[in-house]
Design a protein around this ligand. Structure first.
Ligand code: PEP
Length: 252
């Protein structure tokens, strides 16, 4: 049972997993979804090196493809980086920015995330902006404060409901098997909705707010059924077509 609001999105973040051998999974997913009526958009975000191969496997299906990160500039002397425009050319319709693994492992600040999100929007793609508190922050009662700060710092000026998606991912829930209670999820998502209204005005009501962090087929219906939860950002469980399908089917 899904909550009311903007059309949901279920996006799979493969992270640094998946070579050519993995192409069978999106192929299988597309086949399994072929005759399923869905009230949600579906996306996979593979590593950049395999993007075009995944895109070609998914040609003619409704499954969209997204990038996992990018530089904010369209081109230039940035060794090892990829621009939003390049991701667009490879067939992406969205790019994840500010994932906690980027914030932690690459020292990305809210300011950097906002620059990347702006670049993604400039290229005509949707920025999936990730935010979320650490376990220490949750334990010390700072969750809403942290989320507010990250939203204010990471959502660029001029963002719209069409070019912006927020993914609330408590850092302590990512890849751990732990999830917040449904009441905690509902509380944070309501807070994000209200903060988006303050930042973006009327556009805030139409922004999709995804929940991410140990979503799996067995907990997806409960999590996705909370108010203001408009889909999921899925890590581990997006790697196997059968698991990912179990989550997506919440919206069938
Ligand atoms: C993620 O990294 O975006 C994520 C939600 O991971 P997992 O589903 O594995 O917790």
């Amino acid at each position: 049972m899904a909550s009311e609001g903007p059309r949901p999105l279920v996006a799979g973040n493969w992270k640094m997993n998946g070579g050519v051998a993995m192409l069978k999974e999106p192929r299988l997913l597309a086949a399994m979804l072929k005759d399923v009526k869905l009230k949600a958009d579906v996306m996979v975000c593979p590593p950049a090196i395999i993007l075009r191969r995944v895109k070609s496997v998914l040609k003619g299906t409704r499954i969209k493809v997204g990038g996992q990160d990018c530089h904010w500039n369209p081109a230039g002397a940035h060794t090892g980086d990829i621009s939003p425009e390049m991701l667009k050319e490879a067939g992406c319709t969205a790019v994840i920015v500010g994932h906690s693994e980027r914030r932690t492992n690459h020292g990305e600040s809210d300011e950097t995330v906002a620059k990347k999100a702006k670049g993604v929007q400039r290229a005509g793609l949707k920025a999936i902006i990730c935010i979320g508190e650490t376990l220490d922050e949750r334990k010390s009662g700072k969750t809403l404060e942290v989320v507010s700060r990250q939203l204010k710092g990471s959502v660029p000026e001029g963002s719209t409901a069409d070019n912006t998606v927020i993914a609330y991912e408590p850092v302590w829930a990512i890849g751990t098997g732990l999830t917040p209670t449904t009441a905690e999820v509902a509380e944070v998502h309501a807070h994000i909705r209200s903060e988006l209204g303050a930042i973006m005005g009327g556009e805030g009501a139409g922004v999709r707010i995804l929940y991410g962090g140990s979503v799996k087929p067995s907990n997806a219906a409960e999590l996705m059924g909370q108010p203001n939860v408009n889909g999921a950002l899925v890590g581990g469980a997006s790697l196997k077509a059968s698991d990912f399908l179990g989550i997506i089917k919440v919206y069938a």
